[in-house]
Design a protein around this ligand. Sequence first.
Ligand SMILES: [Zn+2]
Ligand SMILES: [Zn+2]
Length: 116
Amino acid sequence: MAKYFVEAEFECKCGCGHNVKPILIDTLDVIRAELGCAITITSGARCPSHNDAVGGVPDSYHIRGLAADCVPADGDLNRLANIMRQFCPTANILIYYSSGFVHFDLGGAGRTVIMD
Ligand SMILES: [Zn+2]
Ligand SMILES: [Zn+2]
């Protein structure tokens, strides 16, 4: 049972009810505890049509319910990314400095990429 997050924070923004996998919520909850400040989920699960609407790639892990875009309250993207990597060696971490968020997914490739 997640301590910090509730499922509703991860539901598809179009209101369709498409939701993330519990493993993602539980993983991010542990990361949130270590971070010590709030994380806003700006995009969690996406149904295929909403993924298209926001310009997501067709095979996005958001569609599988295994990805979330995270904004740390303290704005420190590097620290958040480091904690994500520490707790989840196989996660994919994409850092978007100009937009101020970190994409986190359980895709398994263990990549950290600076996107912009
Ligand atoms: Zn949807
Ligand atoms: Zn994302």
